[in-house]
Design a binder for this molecule. Structure first.
Ligand code: GLY
Ligand code: MN
Ligand code: MN
Length: 354
């Protein structure tokens, strides 16, 4: 089923007359077209994509599902939408409350009336379960990321800085076919590896753990991978921490399937870390959904008691971070089915010593 038909089904269920899609990732999801400006207005009878002159020609070619109209200074987004609302007697319009600023909300309200109703749930539910084509697109992004990672591995040395390694990685992600990075890479070494979201620094890579967290975007779809290497020989304690994180990740992966709650997957992994005595050093959740956004629904953490949907693509990224000493995170990406999950990350997970 195409996305317009899927949205119309949701309109029917929710009693709304129309959906106003304004967030960049949701617009891309619903239309297949990427632009920095636009609005997609889907009613029970019509589907109109609005954008400005910078994108109009490309949009007209790329969006077969909808009528594409150009906004101008006189015929604004609100003007077009008001025309459709009047023609179709529309009174209740769902909107993306998580993607719209308060200022934009006030401005829409002033121009089209008090008709906007929170409807993020519609897009979240549609985007969370990936189709076969969407899964293939995510795998394509993952494959690019893995090729880039393998290309930088031989370059790693204590003669380069964390920032230089991050730059090499970004260059290779783009050279290997990424349209963009899905987030700024995290490259942290030695004592700095205890910072889960540390920023690459200008000092040379230190001996000890080296955590690299990175992602490619391909056609808008994101990858997200973390590997922790060791520069020089690890101590027995470092090996124990690494093996504990790996065992926790494997326990979470073994538990992960559609129908179980995000909380229960998190708990399966967290238990392993707690039993090894490191529970206080695993501060974040086990994972998160990813797709056209690198962080999207669902959440695999103690706060999510809801069953995970079939077709969700989620990260599996436990870690142990001991402040002032070192940290380890290992992150793969899973596709959830009723029976279990498919791990779409293929990079090895044994401790690589460089
Ligand atoms: N560094 C982003 C993430 O792994 O979620
Ligand atoms: Mn990551
Ligand atoms: Mn992640």
């Amino acid at each position: 089923m195409d996305t317009v038909s899927k949205i119309r089904e949701k309109l029917q269920e929710s009693g709304l007359d129309a959906l106003l899609v304004t967030g960049a990732a949701s617009r891309r999801y619903a239309t297949g077209f990427a632009s920095s400006a636009g609005a997609f207005f889907v009613t029970r009878r019509s589907a109109v994509f609005l954008t400005d002159s910078r994108y109009i020609e490309a949009a007209q070619k790329a969006i077969p599902l909808a009528e594409v109209r150009c906004v101008t200074a006189a015929e604004t987004y609100a003007w077009h939408i008001k025309q459709i609302m009047e023609a179709e007697s529309i009174a209740a319009v769902g909107f993306e409350e998580e993607a719209m600023t308060y200022a934009d909300y006030q401005s829409w309200k002033e121009k089209i009336g008090d008709v906007l109703r929170p409807a993020q749930k519609i897009l979240t539910e549609l985007r969370v379960s990936k189709s076969r084509e969407e899964l293939d697109a995510l795998k394509a992004a993952q494959a690019i990321a893995e090729e880039a990672f393998n290309a930088v591995l031989p370059l790693i040395s204590t003669e380069m800085t964390e920032r230089e390694l991050a730059a090499e990685l970004i260059y290779r992600l783009l050279r290997c076919g990424a349209d963009d990075i899905s987030f700024e890479p995290i490259v942290v070494s030695g004592v700095r590896s205890s910072m889960p979201h540390g920023v690459p620094g200008d000092d040379k890579i230190q001996k000890g753990f080296l955590t690299i967290d990175f992602g490619a975007k391909k056609n808008g779809w994101c990858s997200d991978t973390t590997r922790t290497l060791c520069v020089g020989e690890p101590t027995a304690e470092m090996r124990k921490v690494y093996e504990t994180v790996l065992a926790a990740q494997e326990a979470g992966i073994a538990a992960a399937r559609a129908g179980i709650s995000g909380r229960d997957v998190d708990a399966a992994a967290r238990r392993v870390i707690e039993e090894a005595g490191y529970g206080a050093y695993f501060g974040h959740g086990f994972g998160h959904g990813l797709g056209l956004d690198v962080h999207e629904a669902p959440t695999l953490s103690p706060s999510n008691a809801e069953p995970l949907p079939a077709g969700a693509v989620v990260s599996a990224e436990p870690g142990i971070y001991i402040p002032g000493r070192f940290g380890v995170r290992i992150e793969d990406v899973l596709y959830l089915t009723e029976d279990g999950c498919e791990n779409i990350t293929t990079l090895p997970k044994h401790l690589i010593i460089v």
